[in-house]
Design a protein around this ligand. Sequence first.
Ligand SMILES: *[C@@H]1O[C@H](CO)[C@@H](O)[C@H](O)[C@H]1NC(C)=O
Ligand SMILES: *[C@@H]1O[C@H](CO)[C@@H](O)[C@H](O)[C@H]1NC(C)=O
Ligand SMILES: *[C@@H]1O[C@H](CO)[C@@H](O)[C@H](O)[C@H]1NC(C)=O
Ligand SMILES: *[C@@H]1O[C@H](CO)[C@@H](O)[C@H](O)[C@H]1NC(C)=O
Ligand SMILES: *[C@@H]1O[C@H](CO)[C@@H](O)[C@H](O)[C@H]1NC(C)=O
Ligand SMILES: *[C@@H]1O[C@H](CO)[C@@H](O)[C@H](O)[C@H]1NC(C)=O
Ligand SMILES: *[C@@H]1O[C@H](CO)[C@@H](O)[C@H](O)[C@H]1NC(C)=O
Ligand SMILES: *[C@@H]1O[C@H](CO)[C@@H](O)[C@H](O)[C@H]1NC(C)=O
Ligand SMILES: *[C@@H]1O[C@H](CO)[C@@H](O)[C@H](O)[C@H]1NC(C)=O
Ligand SMILES: *[C@@H]1O[C@H](CO)[C@@H](O)[C@H](O)[C@H]1NC(C)=O
Ligand SMILES: *[C@@H]1O[C@H](CO)[C@@H](O)[C@H](O)[C@H]1NC(C)=O
Ligand SMILES: *[C@@H]1O[C@H](CO)[C@@H](O)[C@H](O)[C@H]1NC(C)=O
Ligand SMILES: [Cu+2]
Length: 561
Amino acid sequence: MGDSRFRSMLLLVIVVLVPASVHSAVRKYTFNVVSTNTTRLCSSKSVVSINGKVPGPTLYAREGDNVLVRVHNHVPNNITIHWHGVRQLRTGWSDGPAYVTQCPIQSGQSFLYNFTLTGQRGTLLWHAHISWLRATVYGAIVILPKKGVPYPFPKPDGEKVIVLGEWWRADVESVVKQATMTGLPPNISDSHTINGHPGPVAGCPSIFTARAGYSLQVASGKTYLLRIVNAAVNDELFLKIAGHKLTVVETDAAYTKPFTTDTIFLGPGQTTNALLTADQTAGKYTIAVSPFMDTVVPVDNVTAVGFLRYKGIQPFSPPHLTATPPINATAVTAAFASGLRSLNSPNYPAAVPQTVDHSLLFAIGVGVNPCPTCVNGTKTVADINNVSFVLPTVALLQAHYFKLQGIFTDDFPANPPSPYNYTGNPPANLQTTNGTKVYRLGFNETVEVVLQGTSLIAPESHPIHLHGFNFFVVGKGLGNFDKGKDPSSFNLVDPVERNTMSVPTAGWTAIRFRADNPGVWFLHCHLEVHTTWGLKMAFVVENGKGPNESILPPPPDLPQC
Ligand SMILES: *[C@@H]1O[C@H](CO)[C@@H](O)[C@H](O)[C@H]1NC(C)=O
Ligand SMILES: *[C@@H]1O[C@H](CO)[C@@H](O)[C@H](O)[C@H]1NC(C)=O
Ligand SMILES: *[C@@H]1O[C@H](CO)[C@@H](O)[C@H](O)[C@H]1NC(C)=O
Ligand SMILES: *[C@@H]1O[C@H](CO)[C@@H](O)[C@H](O)[C@H]1NC(C)=O
Ligand SMILES: *[C@@H]1O[C@H](CO)[C@@H](O)[C@H](O)[C@H]1NC(C)=O
Ligand SMILES: *[C@@H]1O[C@H](CO)[C@@H](O)[C@H](O)[C@H]1NC(C)=O
Ligand SMILES: *[C@@H]1O[C@H](CO)[C@@H](O)[C@H](O)[C@H]1NC(C)=O
Ligand SMILES: *[C@@H]1O[C@H](CO)[C@@H](O)[C@H](O)[C@H]1NC(C)=O
Ligand SMILES: *[C@@H]1O[C@H](CO)[C@@H](O)[C@H](O)[C@H]1NC(C)=O
Ligand SMILES: *[C@@H]1O[C@H](CO)[C@@H](O)[C@H](O)[C@H]1NC(C)=O
Ligand SMILES: *[C@@H]1O[C@H](CO)[C@@H](O)[C@H](O)[C@H]1NC(C)=O
Ligand SMILES: *[C@@H]1O[C@H](CO)[C@@H](O)[C@H](O)[C@H]1NC(C)=O
Ligand SMILES: [Cu+2]
């Protein structure tokens, strides 16, 4: 987008439809879902993309704007798009997870996503939310402050969007299909990417040319706001820039206290804005994107490489290198998480729920179930409180709104059904149950969820994402959560506000949120492999009083199953 036709259309909309007193605009985008050749990604295969680009278009809007994205599906695959982190107040129909808030947009169909950006500013991402199509269907969302409202940090001289991805040489849909058939873990990816550019992958043209690698141009002495998105499918990532420090000022479209670090850590689905000042000797500096994995699970360990280039330097200057953190650098991830605090200023207060109506303990992990047709007679599964979630064939939100019976049950367990030493020796029985179970919340009730990692098969870090809300990360720790002791150290003043948070390996994280958004809201691991295996559930939030506290009626073009 961003062409002149769009700009004049936008101007028309602002001038004609919106009174001058209302400082919000309508932002219109068209997403054509098409099949695209990926020569730039070193593969002759075609992939599903938006408008022929990977990453797809960046959405630009201001806080308060109404965003309209018309999605036309021109490929044989079913598709949906999720606006990851957008609150979707009363507009759950536009949230996007397939069979949760909508049926897929089928081949030849189109759907208008219609939502307003309320109370959020910063960077988010959008991505496909069906099967593994988000491997190539993703992009950034830039939410600028309202017109005339400054950033709560010095105005940067420039802004750059940096979207990290994960790339398979093979067709990702055949990768997930093979895993589902065999019951074995899916093949790992072949590289990580920076704005679509891979690292040094065998068989790819050298990345050490301006054409093939990602390049971030800066001018000496200037400060830039980097809008960094982790759009990877299964990998938590570190980002480092040789010789430069980064100052985090925002996470998941909520401002933070400035936090200066040499390493950014992002789970898939997480986003962050960080300031970078080009204050080193003019030159070329490596940008390195490498994975984090502190347990025995196999992971793509190919580092994606790009360059920060000062203006005016020789094109073939040798780069300053940076050492990537060790792949198992748990301490780096813990220090990064501990460094983040909500800004909590008078203009941007942290509305942390001080009391809790629903206190939930969710044990999250993997398991093994019988599967007569699978390679070993078993299949790997994943679960929350021993429930491997099964997606229905009708969207949960439709079932809820139209009171359709038999689609889901509302008995999702508030606690693990049989408590055990979650991070100790795993129980002998690795089986789970399954079902389409939801947990019901009244409008405006407050919720605390302690996400407890387990050591079933192997303990692992899980980036957990909640749709429809931001939550406050009030506490975290290693081992088992201690209900008697741990809450006394909770931060209820300025905890970081996010929509996705990594639960440490063999540890726990406590989050709080207020259920002030009616609808059906997905909670799941943002490692797509774990979501596929069943590490997911949904909250149903009832309507409150009157239309302002009730979900809007479904749009007329809502896809049907
Ligand atoms: C895309 O790749 C296929 C081979 O995989 C080739 O036949 C086709 O011509 C390519 N299309 C474009 C537009 O490059
Ligand atoms: C978008 O949804 C709002 C309700 O939230 C509605 O008033 C408006 O007409 C919709 N816009 C379009 C273009 O359908
Ligand atoms: C997964 O990897 C195995 C082993 O390298 C390979 O034989 C298989 O073809 C791969 N599967 C897909 C779908 O690419
Ligand atoms: C990366 O992983 C592969 C196996 O997947 C292994 O052979 C290789 O040694 C690893 N490389 C590094 C740098 O850890
Ligand atoms: C990380 O892995 C290396 C190599 O396997 C090992 O020597 C080191 O102890 C590990 N570090 C941590 C913190 O687990
Ligand atoms: C499944 O079978 C394969 C090959 O027979 C074997 O290597 C693997 O360890 C088995 N995995 C499990 C989880 O039993
Ligand atoms: C749980 O297991 C861990 C690791 O084996 C052990 O250190 C801890 O004492 C156990 N906790 C309880 C309550 O048994
Ligand atoms: C989970 O459910 C299965 C099937 O009912 C049961 O066999 C297993 O013991 C349960 N595991 C846990 C940890 O509750
Ligand atoms: C759910 O569990 C039942 C009973 O064990 C089993 O028959 C069914 O295949 C499972 N469904 C899925 C989708 O795993
Ligand atoms: C939600 O509850 C809080 C705390 O009781 C209250 O201040 C707020 O007004 C309520 N919001 C709505 C929309 O009812
Ligand atoms: C609903 O919200 C609008 C806009 O905030 C307000 O003008 C209106 O009075 C509210 N209506 C009710 C019934 O609360
Ligand atoms: C697309 O979705 C529809 C509705 O759920 C389903 O019936 C159909 O099988 C799906 N098609 C594909 C190609 O997955
Ligand atoms: Cu996970």
